[in-house]
Design a protein around this ligand. Structure first.
Ligand code: NAD
Length: 317
């Protein structure tokens, strides 16, 4: 029987990944190790109770990890992180302890228990920002130039993952994805916040001029890509994950308002985020060509499903 150890499985992406892994491997033993910070929510696990084992624990605590990690483990998928850029600007402390130290603790435990593969869930933000040109893209060869404390902590984590591979020969792979959207995202993040404000006829705060570009992917597509990388990628490899769906922030907001039939006048420009990266855009050619992964859910369908989930009603599309 396969055994998988997922950290951060009570969060937005980790809880979707639990659903994806259980669908691929219905007989596997799946352990979800999560500290239940403000971002981790047991309601994200609804319907999964009988399908996986939940362990409350902190990836910074080696004793807790060692106690929960089985002796025979096929893979660790490390989703656990402090993930909100604005919070990292307020204070980077927890970002360093969880994202960097916590990853190193997991790598040490993986070695101690002979875990077969370590999958680090990273982000395109490690590559900083791109020039404001439509033909500028991140590739796996782009330099790591993080700009926010969040991105710096995820970059440091990647370096420790690489070091575990190079120094100790641990089987590791790294995935770098763009912005995710879909059900169960913590309501402080852009898309759920904008949907809930629009539903309440409250202003939709838009940073700066709204021209910042992000590359959006439906969360299920991201999780399927991680599964593909786990199954097929060579040890030590890095894969960018993206759905070729770059959007300006202002266009994301107007799409949500149009779906909910609310006026664009609800958009309210606010002071820009400090160090706000201008453009993220991912070239996913490597994962498409080498591993045969492709996204399945387009923006139009994905954002409608997302709005439906948060609003609790069906929307004609
Ligand atoms: N959200 C995105 O758009 C995005 C894009 C690319 C990569 N990622 C990465 O994907 C991963 C998951 O992101 P998310 O949006 O689901 O985050 P999230 O904030 O929704 O969830 C994080 C989860 O980690 C848990 N956690 C936090 N600190 C912990 C600790 N010390 N020990 C154990 N558990 C802890 C939380 O309780 C929570 O359940 C992160 O590593 C993030 O960097 C996110």
């Amino acid at each position: 029987m396969k055994t998988y150890f997922i950290t951060g499985g009570a969060g937005f992406i980790g809880s979707e990944f639990l659903r994806v892994i259980i669908a691929h491997e219905p007989d596997a033993r799946v352990i979800n190790f999560d500290a239940l910070t403000y971002a981790g929510r047991l309601e994200n696990l609804e319907g999964l109770d009988a399908r996986h084992e939940f362990v409350k624990g902190d990836i910074r605590n080696a004793d807790e990890v060692m106690a929960a990690l089985p002796d025979e483990c096929d893979a660790i998928f490390n989703f656990a992180a402090e993930s909100h850029v604005d919070r990292s600007i307020e204070s980077a402390h927890d970002f360093v302890t969880t994202n960097v130290l916590g990853t190193q603790v997991l790598l040490d435990c993986a070695r101690a228990k002979g875990v077969k593969r370590f999958v680090q869930i990273s982000t395109d933000e490690v590559m900083g920002t791109l020039p404001e040109r439509d033909d500028a893209y991140f590739t796996e060869e782009s330099p790591l130039r993080p700009n926010s404390p969040y991105a710096a902590s995820k970059t440091a984590a990647e370096h420790f993952v690489r070091a575990a591979r190079e120094t100790f020969g641990l089987d590791t792979v790294i995935t770098r994805c763009g912005n995710n959207y879909g059900p169960r995202q913590f309501p402080e993040k852009l898309i759920p916040l904008m949907i809930s404000n629009a539903l309440d006829d409250k202003p939709l705060p838009l940073y700066g001029d709204g021209m910042n570009v992000r590359d959006w992917i439906y969360v299920t597509d991201h999780c399927e890509a991680i599964w593909t990388v786990y199954e097929k990628a060579a040890a030590g490899s890095v894969y960018n994950i993206g759905a070729r769906n770059t959007m300006k922030n202002i266009d994301v907001l107007t799409t949500i308002l149009d779906i909910l039939e609310k006026p664009h006048s609800l958009i309210e420009p606010v002071k820009d985020r400090l160090g706000h990266d201008r453009r993220y855009a991912i070239d996913p050619s490597r994962i498409e060509n080498e591993l045969g992964w492709k996204p399945r859910i387009g923006w139009k369908e994905g954002i409608r499903k997302t709005v439906e989930w948060y609003s609790g009603r069906e929307i004609e599309g």
